[in-house]
Write a protein that binds this ligand. Structure first.
Ligand code: ADP
Ligand code: MG
Length: 362
């Protein structure tokens, strides 16, 4: 699954913007306040809508009025995402469109559509079409040999007008495109790595596959990779040895009092350093490697300013690792202020946001 295009209307500074030809590794640059964080938050917003409801997703962002572009002509926020997905053996371009409005102070879904073409000709078919909690969904969408009239259209009433139809329907695999899109939104991740919470010993009981948003489970994920994917751990260690002067070895340490920590061996000294006492950049580089060599990539990973605390020449390799992660199945978006990371990107990977009269123009 690959997101190719995002079209936003009245979503904060994105009053009317279409981002086309999104690559699998996308580097977003632009001055402060041009909308980089806002762009990533489109996915955060959709996830909150999906996990809770539209009202709650709006509330955590200051309410409908805060999210709606300041001088929007219409009281309506539109998010349209086009993604390519293989359905019945063919890569199809699927469109998900969500329009949100407010009536009598209550937010609701004005329209929610999921559509794609069934064949090479004809107009796209609405496999899911809802408004204000009512709508229809096709439940035999993979029967491509059936004529249009044989498709089974179910009428469905949702529990509330501010619920997304993909929330309920996406649970069922027979709604193929809805469930794939729901999974992308649910498993989307924005990494907001905090070195302070990543450091230090952690309760050793537990098991984590993926690095968390803040990186607070770094030790647990590292141990999991070391125990279950030793070849990946070896690769990460070798990368650290090449990039951080002095690093000879990295181990996870289970202490007698049930704690787990990381130890970094500097070749010049006999005793290793525990993670609390190694440099910020060392922890950060290690965390990125743990994140990017994840055996099961997130379908969409966003990282804000990955360059912080890293030595500039390391960013070339990091860009290549983001790309490799994307090739393994996860799309990656990073924002950056680093000329070095920008240099490491290819022209078609770079998206430059600007601001004109208060808004991010097309
Ligand atoms: N409702 C709104 N209408 C128009 N612009 C908005 C609205 N809410 C926030 N903004 C603007 O959107 C921008 C958000 O920028 P942000 O995504 O944080 O930028 P960056 O991450 O690129 O620094 C800010 O300049 C802010 O003034
Ligand atoms: Mg920002």
């Amino acid at each position: 699954m690959h997101i190719e295009r995002i079209c936003l209307k009245n979503f904060k500074s994105f009053k009317d913007v279409t981002i086309k030809n999104m690559p699998s590794f996308m580097v977003v640059v632009g001055a402060n306040g041009t909308g980089k964080t806002t762009l990533f938050d489109v996915f955060g917003f959709l996830r909150d809508c999906l996990t809770y409801n539209v009202k709650k997703a709006l509330q955590t962002r200051g309410g409908f009025k805060e999210l709606l572009s300041r001088d929007a002509r219409e009281k309506q926020i539109d998010i349209e995402i086009k993604f390519r997905l293989e359905i019945a053996g063919v890569g199809r371009l699927v469109t998900y469109r969500l329009s949100i409005t407010e009536e009598k102070g209550r937010p609701l879904v004005k329209r929610e559509i999921l559509r794609y073409k069934r064949g090479p000709y004809g107009s796209p078919y609405h496999f899911l079409d809802f408004a204000k909690g009512q709508g229809t969904a096709i439940n035999n969408e993979e029967d491509f040999n059936l004529p249009d009239h044989a498709l089974k259209r179910e009428s469905i009433t949702l529990d509330a007008p501010d619920l997304l139809a993909i929330k309920g329907l996406g649970q069922f695999s027979r709604f193929k495109a809805a469930s794939a899109f729901r999974q992308l939104i649910e498993h989307w991740q924005v990494s907001d790595f905090h070195i302070d919470v990543a450091r230090g010993s952690k309760d050793s009981t537990g098991y984590d596959d993926h690095l968390s948003i803040t990186g607070d489970n770094l030790q647990l994920v590292a141990r999991n990779i070391k125990d279950n994917h030793p070849e990946i751990f070896k690769h990460i260690k070798q990368a650290m040895q090449r990039r951080v002067p002095g690093i000879a070895d990295i181990q996870t340490l289970d202490t007698e009092d049930g704690r787990l920590l990381l130890s970094f061996q500097d070749g010049a000294f006999k005793d290793p350093f525990i993670d609390r006492y190694v440099s910020d950049g060392t922890i950060k580089m290690f965390a990125y490697l743990v994140l990017l060599y994840d055996p099961k990539p997130h379908p969409l990973l966003c990282v804000e300013e990955p360059e912080n605390q890293l030595y500039p020449t390391l960013l070339w390799e990091l860009a290549e690792e983001f790309r490799a992660y994307a090739r393994r199945g996860g799309q990656v978006c990073v924002s950056t202020h680093s000329p070095d990371l920008l240099n490491a990107a290819q022209l078609e990977e770079v998206f430059w946001l600007t601001k004109k009269e208060g808004y991010t123009p097309n």
